[in-house]
Write a protein that binds this ligand. Sequence first.
Ligand code: WTA
Length: 635
Amino acid sequence: MSNYHIKNFPEYYHVYRNSVRNPALFWEEIAEEHFIWKKKWDKVLSWDFTKPEVKWFDGAKLNITENCIDRHLATRGNKTAILFEPNNPNEPSEHITYNQLYKRVNQFANVLKTQGIKKGDRVCIYVPMIPELAIAVLACARIGAIHSVVFAGFSSTALATRINDADCKMVITADGSFRGDKTIDLKGIVDDALEHCTSVKKVLVAKRINSNVTMKAGRDFWLQPLLDKASDDCEAAEMDAEDPLFILYTSGSTGMPKGMVHTTAGYMIYTAYTFKNAFQYKENDVYWCTADIGWITGHSYIVYGPLANGATTVMFEGVPSYPDFGRFWQIVEKHKITQFYTAPTAIRALAKHGTTFVDTYDLSSLKVLGSVGEPINEEAWHWYNDSIGKKKSPIVDTWWQTETGGIMITPIPFVTPTKPTYATLPFIGIQPALLDENGKEIEGNQVEGKLCIKYPWPSMARTIWGNHKRYKDTYFSAFENMYFTGDGALRDEVGYYRITGRVDDVIIVSGHNLGTAPIEDAINEHQAVAESAIVGFPHDIKGSALYGFITLKDVSDYRDHDNLRKEINQLISDKIGPIAKLDKIQFTAGLPKTRSGKIMRRILRKIASKDTANIGDTSTLLNPECVQEIMDNSL
Ligand code: WTA
């Protein structure tokens, strides 16, 4: 019998030890006993980090939707699979049972087929947090189309870049979306994007806000009439274990966003197993992850992980501040949420308002609290623990990445003693390592280094879509025979891990990864801008916010700096999305550079964080004189 559900610390210890002594045997038992297969595998694991190539359960045939839906019908047909909570609290919630989900996914899958989508085709999903988003994802998986969900807060340029990179044949969208008291014209954004995309033949449009949209004949179709005509029976495509399930874009430190490719069997097993244990999910629990399905957290822990366990998973369309800052807690009370999984940035934003908005609601249903996306600071941790968990619900601070597919370092609630700001211990099967500057593994405790993973795990991304070399260069070249995460970490005296943050040029703003390069590219397109450098600086709510140092071509051209700031932020908003806007913009005469011409962001980072005492030696710079000027005028 495999240890699918870990219940106490000795068991964690025992299972962990087995899982790393013989990973293939460990994962084979899990796969064998807890999932359904059309055909079993030939080999559990083959890998070579030098290529890099990783295959789990090679030769096996399956369909992930049969594991997430079909197999639950006999025992849980009338159980709520997806519980939809709309933006507006006066609109009723919607309970979609497993039986209904089965029908709706199959209908949608049949629509995809009749609209010309085949196994292996890429479908871009640009849909807000309404049930159609999860259903579209599952419908793609049903027929073996590769979904590429793009967060419906990205701009038309960002959307077009992603559609083109994956060569998508179809876009699924909605007329618009509700966010708090605003509506967003999604269809208009899609129309703008498609001016630059030739691969897209069809656009399916869900109706959400009843706005007037332009429908291009022959290309654009309302979704509902097509669904109404479709049969609710669609055979699940037979997929290879290593067939791509989806592409999801994440920012890199340079260049284009990276289309991380996740494959089928390993991703399914790992997200399911981590979901069960990291949240200690029990049959009648109501689990809520507040992320958007546009990010990996939503893929793994709103859709696939929960559904693979036959869970009830909540999808919330709105924002934490609408109609007021009590919205999250009102939902917790309303649906008697048992597991609540959110991001530190949301916790900080809510903590700012004290407990006035918390105290009116009954939060006694909560058993487990989760945190993800960025380091959780001590103050936020305590507020979450005291005011929300009432000191009785353990906080699972889960460290992981788009690339890792599932949770990698986390306490297991009621099993691992927690410690504020620590993600604590590696999850079952995960072998972390800390490396020094010379690429040597740092052994022992009370040490700090760059966080790597030594051995493959089932849900790791297999490649970057269309660019395997970049995959190798980014993750497998910094350290020999290791996956490099891009994060720094320390290990305390008992072996607990604390993530200290990115060691590359990725900045995490409100839990969203932003690469500096694309933002700088956007800024540099402004006719007045000569050069720019973006760094992060500490921010009370967002964790980090963006600070731009910008030099102008002709300073006399633009005396009205406030206007220019607005134009630059508008440009960023258009090219990337509002999440990438700069909090501070400082115009400078020069940017500090090395003799080889590389901008010294380290110095700018110190200035932005008001840590100028530790600025270090600047005498070797090409232009040391600019540092003083930047310091004098810093914001
Ligand atoms: C950061 C989100 C500290 C980290 C699932 C990582 C965290 C990046 C934590 C991935 C955490 C995520 N503590 N830092 N618990 N979780 N991070 O791809 O820097 O959106 O590399 O995946 O977020 O962000 P991504």
